[in-house]
Design a protein around this ligand. Structure first.
Ligand code: PGA
Length: 267
């Protein structure tokens, strides 16, 4: 596991965007060999998306041969609903870049056949040869995508019922009205995420500090789904000083020192 600790959220976003650009450019994607990205929603990745859009506009990166799979979607929200993840992705990223509409994959929260939707999604990922880089945020309880504590660490794409804390936290996007927050979602599983060649999780702010501590220093447990990254061969946590503030001083020193001497990006 790599743990990148940056002074603030802006620098986390910059690092994450630079890393995505570096991975895509180094891959030299082509129509018959696209780069496959797993993407999150939420407030954390917004800075990274803004940064990637700037890099696209500056001609530093192209999404022409990039295929995307989003992590999750609320059940019952149509794509045009301002709080749907379809809408979020279109407004905050897709409409600003040169990605082909047919290369965008998102779970359909309006389906009547959840099982088929989830199986088809897993199959679509397989058909593309798997995800090269899955990017995510984390919840304060250590969830990744909508895999909340207690989720199977080998789970696949499925329907999930949200816990009260997540509904409460997400109510900020629904005028703080808990009743308007969908209670169920379709989400990729923990196993779907960790099947990716590489997983990069971004965490900023002191409310993520405990989840980062558990994920980096704690035992691997389904009660902190983020901790499964310890079993992954290529996982990266990008966090700011606040999110890293509950790590032991020795842990911070170790990861900072390693990064100062890394031969991988940034070169
Ligand atoms: P946030 O959500 O980026 O809005 O904090 C992260 C998550 O719940 O996965």
């Amino acid at each position: 596991m790599r743990v990148i600790i940056k002074p603030d959220s802006e620098q986390c976003s910059q690092w994450a965007a630079d890393y995505v650009a570096y991975k895509i450019n180094r891959f030299h994607p082509a129509p018959n060999r696209p780069f496959v990205l797993g993407l999150p929603t939420g407030s954390t990745p917004l800075g990274m998306y803004r940064n990637l859009i700037e890099q696209y506009k500056a001609g530093k990166i192209s999404f022409e041969n990039v295929v995307t799979f989003n992590m999750d979607e609320y059940i019952g929200l149509p794509p045009e609903h301002p709080q749907s993840y379809h809408y979020f992705m279109k407004e905050n990223f897709f409409k600003h870049i040169n990605i082909k509409p047919q290369n965008i994959h998102m779970l359909n929260g309006m389906t009547r056949d959840y099982e088929k939707e989830c199986t088809d999604y897993e199959n679509a990922i397989k058909k593309c040869g798997g995800v090269n880089l899955f990017i995510g945020g984390i919840g304060t309880d250590g969830h990744i995508a909508f895999n909340e504590p207690g989720s199977s660490l080998s789970s696949r794409t499925r329907i999930k019922t949200l816990r009260y804390d997540t509904i409460k936290s997400n109510s900020r996007f629904f005028d703080n009205d808990l009743n308007r927050v969908p209670k169920t979602t379709l989400t990729v599983g923990v196993g779907t995420i960790t099947d990716a060649e590489e997983v990069m999780i971004i965490a900023t702010g002191s409310n993520k500090a405990e989840a980062i501590r558990q994920g980096v220093e704690g035992a691997v447990t389904h009660m902190w789904p983020i901790s499964i990254l310890q079993m992954h061969q290529h996982s990266i946590i990008v966090c700011d000083e606040e999110a890293a503030s509950s790590l032991r001083a020795e842990t911070v020193k170790y990861f900072k020192e390693i990064e100062n001497r890394t031969l991988d990006f940034p070169l």
